[in-house]
Design a binder for this molecule. Structure first.
Ligand code: ADP
Ligand code: ASP
Ligand code: MG
Length: 422
């Protein structure tokens, strides 16, 4: 008997029929003798629907009073699906109870819409498991020190699941989704993409942070920090497939380099359309300008990704960086009104129609010429590179959004990702 955490995403929970299927699958695992904790997402489209309603009533504002209500609203999607799953399990003859984040409780900081989990008290959950119940822990949400409901950022149910698995030292955390594992790139963009049987934790971390939304980045961080055995697999296999076969399916995230079976130099391609570029032009090239610009941006709680500073001409330089597209307008506004006047720069311009494409692979550490192969491939397709950023195991480029799919397909082919490695 083991403690197992299952997480089911929005599509997997997308209709009463699908919820019934999830219940049957979970009941199968419980009947096989496992202690089951299940973390569901909101039914697909529900979080967007709720946030859309808020937008209809008022444009987004920067104050906490607004973000607090947005979280209280968005968290209801998961609360509904959790109760529905408990009802479906009970209908399968399986004792089950659902808990909202605050009931567990899952304690977070107060950064509404992107709160971080600080602690999980598993006393109540353990008591239910001991009493033979399947416990549903509502995904995506927590509670701050003042009792306010918080949410963990889009895709945050992955993080709820891995954090619960870490806190409870679960034997495994299984992330059930609408694809049957982690692919060399999003199979919706490149049909030739191949499923990886294993992917190293480091590669998964880069893929997630570079935009592969199959796992939320914070869930991968948790898995790494607490060594949570993590697997991504399909919820669309028949619920009654053999449990041993099911437990081996999908993609396993591994922690040891030598477990990395598929020794490709580049393992995957990630892309992110959620970024926007901001350039501050004609900045006096003197010490402290990066701090003046990016310090103000950080103070506004805006995360900055790729940064470049051009060489200076006649004492002036251009400074560009990317931010999340959701933060684009307010960052532009902030720079124009509060930073530009004191900086003596010429102007601030922005471009929201960009995207970032990244190649990821631990083999890049020990091979030279990988980045140049990427640049050659893009140049052959006539795609202009606006920014470049590298780490030991990834190279990212910022390009015009309209070339994103072309770039991803061309790179997938150039690095032979459609071929099974020998
Ligand atoms: P869920 O609702 O189950 O959390 P998500 O939509 O958040 O599902 O994540 C699954 C989706 O991630 C897939 O449908 C796929 O389009 C996308 N995706 C992006 N990159 C990859 C990748 N490398 N491998 C598999 N899926 C990917
Ligand atoms: N429902 C939330 C979202 O759509 C969280 C999740 O699905 O993981 O982002
Ligand atoms: Mg998701």
């Amino acid at each position: 008997m083991a403690l197992i955490v299952h997480k089911y995403g929005g599509t997997s929970m997308g209709s009463p029929e699908r919820i019934r299927n999830v219940a049957k699958r979970v009941a199968k695992w419980a009947r096989a003798g496992h202690h089951m904790v299940v973390v569901p997402s909101a039914m697909s489209g529900e979080t967007n629907r709720l946030l859309g309603l808020a937008k209809e009533l008022a444009p987004a504002r920067a104050d906490d009073a607004y973000w607090r209500e947005l979280d209280a609203l968005a968290a209801t999607g998961e609360q509904a699906s959790s109760a529905l799953l408990a009802i479906a399990l009970q209908a399968e003859g399986m004792a089950s109870v659902s808990y909202a984040g605050w009931q567990v409780p899952i304690r977070t900081d107060s950064a509404y819409t992107k709160a971080r989990i600080e602690a999980i008290d598993d006393t109540r959950v353990r008591a239910d498991l001991a009493a033979g119940r399947v416990v549903i822990v509502t995904g995506f949400q927590g509670v701050d020190a003042l009792g306010n409901i918080t949410t963990l950022g889009r895709g945050g149910s992955d993080t709820s699941a891995v954090a619960v698995a870490a806190a409870m030292k679960a034997a495994e955390c299984l992330i059930y989704t609408d694809v049957d594992g982690v692919y060399t790139t999003d199979p919706r963009v490149v049909p030739e993409a191949r499923r990886l049987h294993t992917v190293s934790f480091e590669e998964m971390l880069e893929m997630a942070s570079m935009g592969s939304k199959v796992l939320q980045i914070r869930s991968v961080e948790f898995a790494g920090k607490y060594r949570v055995p993590l697997r991504v697999l399909s919820s669309f296999t028949p619920w009654d497939i053999d449990i041993v076969e099911e437990a081996k399916s999908g993609t396993l995230i591994t922690f040891e380099d030598d477990e990395h079976m598929e020794q490709a130099i580049v393992s995957g391609i990630a892309f992110n359309r959620d970024e926007a570029k901001i350039s501050v032009l004609g900045v006096p090239d003197k010490p402290g300008i990066a701090y003046q610009i990016l310090g103000a941006v950080a103070d506004a709680n805006v995360e900055v990704d790729v940064i470049i500073q051009n060489i200076s001409k006649e004492g002036k330089t251009d400074f560009s960086f990317t931010v999340n597209r959701g933060d684009f307008t307010r960052t532009l506004e902030l720079l124009r009104t509060r930073v530009l006047p004191g900086l003596g720069a010429q102007e601030v311009v922005g471009d929201a129609k960009i995207c970032k494409v990244s190649i990821v692979g631990i083999g890049m550490r020990s091979h030279v010429g990988i980045a140049s192969k990427m640049f050659r491939c893009l140049s052959e397709e006539g795609i202009n590179i606006q920014m470049i950023s590298t780490s030991e195991i990834k190279t990212s480029v910022v390009i015009d959004e309209k070339y994103m799919e072309l770039a991803v397909r061309a790179l997938h082919k150039a690095f032979d990702l459609d071929q099974t490695p020998v």
